[in-house]
Design a protein around this ligand. Structure first.
Ligand code: GLN
Length: 251
């Protein structure tokens, strides 16, 4: 591993990529590049495991039930062992929606079909009747990020429940979050972060992008990232917060 390369591993780029999830990849790569790293993208489609040991941050995006049905076996068969090794070595994983569900114990569809996940995070998901769609504002539990809020957009019917090993990413100030009943959104378990926030999460939450990059670089002895001018990104963040406040009042 050359120390000045920053590598993102994209799980199933052809199948698990909806609602602008690709923006997350671009944000991670660009923000590392702005700090002098050589950005590298490794695409991990079905059947591929190449270079998984070089990856700093894995991204596992969303997909509908149909796409999840097409990838879960590959995940179990090919990706689970190298992914577990990578995470044990300090690599970071960001999983959104469909990807979040498959990193847990299982996802059960509304028709009662069960797709086993890899149990890397202590969560399970079962589809409900009502689809949860709309803006989300999260008060994050991550103490080292400023601002503490995260903004995004959710669109899922899965209800995710956390077991004792998984901690929530935060409280949903607006939106349904994990299951629409306990008020929590997402999960954090070691260096794995799962969330329902789409709509290109990281471009609008640069502080979360840096949290992920920093977490991945700790094993290389990096503990501070040089600051960037995030005024444009944070203005987008602020605008969504304000819009959300407004929506909240009209509920
Ligand atoms: N099938 C999942 C759900 O509806 C995932 C949806 C998604 O990734 N947007 O809960």
């Amino acid at each position: 591993m050359t120390s000045k390369t920053f590598t993102v591993g994209w799980l199933y780029p052809d199948l698990m990529n909806i609602y602008g999830d690709r923006g997350n990849i671009l944000t991670l790569l660009r923000r590392a590049e702005w700090r002098g790293y050589d950005p590298k993208l490794v695409e991990l489609g079905r059947g591929t495991t190449s270079q998984m040991d070089e990856v700093d941050v894995f991204f596992f995006g969303g997909g509908q039930d149909r796409e999840q049905a097409l990838v879960y076996q590959d995940l179990l068969e090919f990706k689970q062992p190298p992914l577990e090794r990578a995470v044990a070595n300090g690599a970071v994983v960001l999983a959104v929606c469909g990807g979040y569900q498959l990193l847990g114990h299982y996802y059960q569809t509304a028709e009662g079909e069960t797709f086993p996940g890899i149990g890397m995070i202590d969560v399970k998901t079962e589809a409900g009747k009502k689809r949860f769609i709309g803006d989300v504002v999260v008060d994050s539990e991550i103490e080292t990020i400023t601002p503490r809020t995260l903004v995004g957009f959710e669109n899922h019917s899965g209800r995710t429940y956390l077991g004792p090993k998984a901690k929530p990413l935060g409280k949903a100030r607006l939106g349904y979050g994990n299951n629409g009943s306990d008020g929590m959104e997402g999960c954090l378990q070691g260096t794995v972060l799962g969330t329902y926030l789409h709509g290109s999460l990281l471009p609008k939450n640069p502080h979360l992008a840096d949290y992920l990059i920093r977490s991945a670089l700790i094993r290389r002895g990096v503990d501070e990232l040089s600051p960037l001018d995030d005024s444009v990104e944070l203005a987008a963040h602020e605008r969504i917060l304000q819009r959300a406040q407004h929506q909240h009042q009209h509920h």
